[in-house]
Design a protein around this ligand. Structure first.
Ligand SMILES: Cc1cc2nc3c(=O)[nH]c(=O)nc-3n(C[C@H](O)[C@H](O)[C@H](O)COP(=O)(O)OP(=O)(O)OC[C@H]3O[C@@H](n4cnc5c(N)ncnc54)[C@H](O)[C@@H]3O)c2cc1C
Length: 272
């Protein structure tokens, strides 16, 4: 009996849901073999990533092991390096021990997601922080605490303000949620720094469209904007972030915002 081999590359939402579907439909079929390959052996619930950055959740709260969800399916923890469509072969490097692996397939589902797009802005790529992975969230949290500490040692008013200014580029899901989390965290935490005042904090989201959260439509986008403004977040609509040198964020309309942190959530491109 010939076995039909289905390979799913990428274990994010798309890959996992496809795998769950196959798991349910094909589990009893001896003539079909489904393999999920992903470079992490867990699914990350990105909509709650900002809560890890804000310290409201632990990293373990927003991940779920793929092997536990897909008990009857073959899972390979590996990084996909290349696909040979003619030979129907996929080449990978195992996530542990760097071992080279190769799999043949009859059908391939590519669900590798996206990676951050810096639109060829070298300064932004070199100096901004991103928000896509668990380590991004942990780094952002550590960074906020470190900046509060640094600002508390600084006497110069302008330097303190620069250290405590957080700019987010992009008002989609990721940018809006992260901005809210950063704002809540720093305003809440500054109370434990007697040398600092809340008024030194500036949290800004820069969004090129007419309203934030375009994924949800105008009404909800404007509602979210009102809520952010009530919490003292500045929402700048229209211009884009055009440059960042680690010290000043420059917008496409020429506005300069001195800021120690630029959070880049303004674009993705398909995984290479
Ligand atoms: C902070 C944040 C908040 C968000 N909030 C929301 C929200 O509230 N609502 C909403 O609808 N969307 C939200 N999104 C968007 C949502 O996360 C994405 O739309 C969704 O993850 C896309 O699913 P995907 O399966 O295509 O890609 P991904 O979820 O990115 O999955 C791709 C998978 O492939 C793996 N992979 C990539 N390259 C390789 C390789 N070479 N080899 C092996 N494995 C590889 C990755 O590790 C990952 O597991 C948010 C995103 C972020 C970053």
């Amino acid at each position: 009996m010939k076995t039909t081999r289905i390979v799913i590359a990428g274990g994010g939402f798309a890959g996992l849901y496809a795998a769950m579907h196959f798991n349910k439909r094909l589990a009893r079929r001896a003539d079909v073999e489904v393999t999920l390959i992903s470079r992490e052996n867990f699914i990350l619930f990105t909509p709650m990533l900002h809560e890890v950055a804000a310290g409201d959740l632990y990293p373990g709260d927003i991940v779920n092991p793929l092997r536990r969800i897909l008990r009857h399916m073959k899972f390979i923890d590996a990084d996909v390096q290349a696909v040979d469509l003619n030979a129907r072969r996929i080449h990978c490097i195992a996530s542990v021990a760097d071992r080279e692996l190769e799999f043949e397939f009859d059908h391939l589902l590519l669900t590798l997601g996206s990676e951050t797009n810096f639109f060829n802005m070298d300064g932004v790529r070199d100096w901004s922080v991103t928000m896509k992975s668990l380590s991004d969230a942990a780094l952002l949290r550590n960074r906020m605490v470190a900046l509060l500490e640094e600002a508390s040692l600084q006497n110069d008013e302008a330097s303190r303000r620069q250290l405590l200014t957080f700019v987010t580029a992009g008002g989609g899901f990721s940018g809006t949620e992260t901005t809210g989390a950063v704002n809540d965290f720093v305003r809440e935490t500054v109370r434990y720094y007697p040398q600092l005042r809340e008024e030194l904090i500036r949290v800004v989201v820069v969004h090129p469209g007419n309203f934030i959260l375009p994924e949800l439509g105008e009404e909800l986008g404007r509602y979210a904007e009102r809520k952010l403004r009530e919490r003292k977040v500045e929402v700048i609509k229209g211009p884009r972030v055009a440059n960042y040198d680690g010290v000043v964020v420059t917008l496409s309309d020429g506005t300069s915002i001195p800021a120690a942190t630029l959070i880049w959530t303004a674009g993705v491109k398909p995984s290479p």
